[in-house]
Design a protein. Sequence first.
Length: 637
Amino acid sequence: MNTTITVTGMILSVIAGSALAQSPDVPAPADVAYPGTIRLQVDATDIQRRIFRVHEEIPVAPGRLTLLYPAWLPGNHAPRGPIDKLAGLVTRADGKTLQWQRDPLDVYAFHVEVPAGVTTLSVDFQYLSPQEPAQGRVVMTPDMLNLQWNAVALYPAGHAARQITVEPSVKLPPGWQYAGALDLPAGAAPNQPGSDGVVRFNPVDFATLVDSPLFAGRHFKRFQLGDDPTVHLNVVADAARFLVAKPEQIQLHANLVAQARKLFGSRHYDHYDFLLALTKQLGGIGLEHHRSSENSGEPGYFTEWDKHAPGRGLLPHELTHSWNGKFRRPLGLATANFNVPMQDGLLWVYEGQTQYWGYVLAARSGLWSVEQARDALALVAATYADNRPGFAWRNVQDTTNDPVIASRRALPYRNWQMSEDYYNAGQLVWLAVDAKLRELTRERRSLDDFARAFFGVDDGSWQVLPYQFDDVVAALNGVAAHDWAGFLRERIEGHRPPLDGLAASGWKLVYRDKPSAFDKASEGGRRGNDHSASLGLVVDGNSGRITDVRWDGPAFNAGVTPTSTIVAVNGRAYNHDELKEAITAAKGGTAPIELLLKDGTLFRSARIDYHDGLKYPHLERIEGTPDRLGAILAPRK
């Protein structure tokens, strides 16, 4: 209890300054209970029009009330609340319409004057979810939906989110089932709406509500993971045939949970639900929550298992966040409500170390073979060895600003501009830390010991426990004494990619003229055909559209630009095999590779002076050195 009080005080003291940046007419959050319980009712049955209809009953007192639409969303690290999708807002009291006014400085805030004698305010609006990806992430299809409560709720300003109690319910289309982390009243059937199609949940604080989305669908299956009845894999799919999973595939997911608990030595949830959509229709997602995670994968995730190995790295990442990011959270991200600006400076811990453990747990659980895990790491290492010239002017620390700067929009030259490199570059930093801990302790201790000491405290608690940089350094020194502050700052603030952990782990990056099986599977997914290490460009599959050009690389210097389309290679109509053959034929010669490009309505040619052949990344052992990477990836007994 004393810890909770201290933590709350820390959070409120940090956000007080941030709140000054908000409109002076929007009350700052105080750690005071909001009187009464808000009733939130969502009708999610209009799947044809993709509309969520919202009704709220909010206890009020006379005077000015400010209602907030969540803006700063956990896991997004930026003000991405979809306020543009809110429409039809009407506020009423005692049957009369009350006028609301949007705050002139804060578009997420709405002011309402509550008349004397009024005790309840009725609020109605629609959440007009995207009809197509150009409008935002699609969250409703004819076969499934993803309900994120932050998108369908207004809440009162002036109170910490955990001090506001909400009684939520949702009406689903007939015959649909659902899953999520919210608790049900005693006797209610899990995953099944009532006879009226409505799911009624227990009252919950608003912070937990926002942290507890649900997936629902026509085609649904629930798998218990191992002997633990508190952890489930809940799957919705575009068609019933995609729900067919072999027992050994489910066992690997159970292994994931077991290996995570062995790693951290604790758990910070009373139950946990993986929400997994196997779909081409619903928008892609990978988003962490304390007692659940929102995930999407290819429809053939189970039925075409061998093709989709790269996608099996997502669930280990999001599960790790229950410890790193949700339970232990950087102080600047542990804000009192969802309309206080967040500070992202420690995302290289929050996301970077989670990325590291995601790869490790994928291997330890068997979701990836050890070879696949090495091949995945080779792709990361190659990115930073050959395709991040932006380190000349930026560093990992500065990229923690990118959730706000770029908001994950496409960039013209991402390799030069850089964007959210705290994920994979952060992963490489933590590989270096792990290797150093093993070296310092003669292989007796490792980053596993840090994870248990830092994230494994307070077993069973899921109250947020914030941390700062000095806390990370102190925990590392508790494992092995070293200048950890200098070690970390050199890598996150330096202007060179943090690649030294690879050699320290006993491996080196090499290039061969054939991709690994993992690399080929990645090319079949979202990576496209990556020739960053050779020509210095990435091509989107067989369409010929160029998605990235390495700054100051061979293609760049030949005048090739992103978003151009390759029409022909050396006078022959483009396909990807033709491009690979041209790269191979040019090896050791002097003749350039000639591309015919289409830019809008213009055609032009580019002659690329490159002669070193195809280059695909692989890892190779450094003879005579300890195989620390092998030890890192080995499952724990």
